[in-house]
Design a protein around this ligand. Sequence first.
Ligand code: ZN
Length: 376
Amino acid sequence: MKKIRTVLGDIAPKDLGTTMIHEHVTADLSEAMKGTWGLFPQVSSEMLSLETRNFKFLQSGAWSISPDAMDPSGDDYVDFIVRELEEYKELGGKAMCECSVYGLMGRPYEDLVEISKKSDIHLVCGVGMYWDVVRPVKFKNMGEVELKALFESDLDNGFGDSGVRPGFLKATFSGLTEDGLPLPGELDVFRACACISAERGMPLMFHINMPPWGGDKIAELAKRAVSMGVDPGNLLFCHVFSLVNHPAGEQETILDVIKNHGQRFSIEPHKKLLDLGVSISFDNFGNMATAVSELGTGSLVNDYTTVSAIYELLKLGYGGQIMLGHDFVCKICAKAYGGYGYTRVPTFVRDTLGQLGYADAYERMVVQNPAEFLAF
Ligand SMILES: [Zn+2]
């Protein structure tokens, strides 16, 4: 009998309920974004403080250089997140995946237990490694074999003394080498995770940074995992919203957006992935990454365009392989700071797809698909 492993123990897949497949409750991105602020000398610290007058600026991409917006420390943090989860629960939310792995985890694993108990939300957390640049020092020299042993120990014994055991694996890809290949350290994490997934039949998520990753390169990665014995049904590619306007992984400037009268639109890379039998998640609804980032050169796809992509894919019959989420990754995503919190999917996305005649397909994407994907 398959089970889903939450931070409080195993549950039956039928008991999972409405699930956001890619969220964070304890992420700390400050290490990953360290140094980025220096690229924007025109931005003063006053512009980055977590105050009402700065919310719009922070939501438009500047959150990533704001130490305040990314800071999950503080004694009141757990209660802050529990309050954010309240509204999700009122909207029918029952569960979510906490995708903060090593290098991204901003709080002790014990906090996941407390957050889950206090909020009455099932949390399923992952094991794996975030970007190579933020790999914690104690894991720096680990190759594929050592990483596999580390992840297996966490799966069997839990993280430290917390009693928390992960329910899925996660590998992350940031940039590419000059030869267009994945970074060697990230490839080691990928192989370790793929081996375990193949051996244990466990769910495996891939985080891809797009650009520079385009549709064809991602499809190659899927094929590579499958060739290692991973069941395509156990594979999920996160953050594919970016492929809608960056299908080939090419960077686009704000001027490109203006010259092109808005955003490009493509679902071809998504179809290629889905035809391999893997799942994908549109998981940035309502968060700051859906606004055009005027500070940098990138443009990001908005909620309306993302729903258009889902609508087109549903019409083509791919509803069994799509999952949803918000990727709540810093405080500026919170309702308390002017964001949508964890509510954009169970309001805007649910209502829009419902009006388009896809209410059942929505339910499938947030209930049945996550339960099937997470069960092992
Ligand atoms: Zn994330």
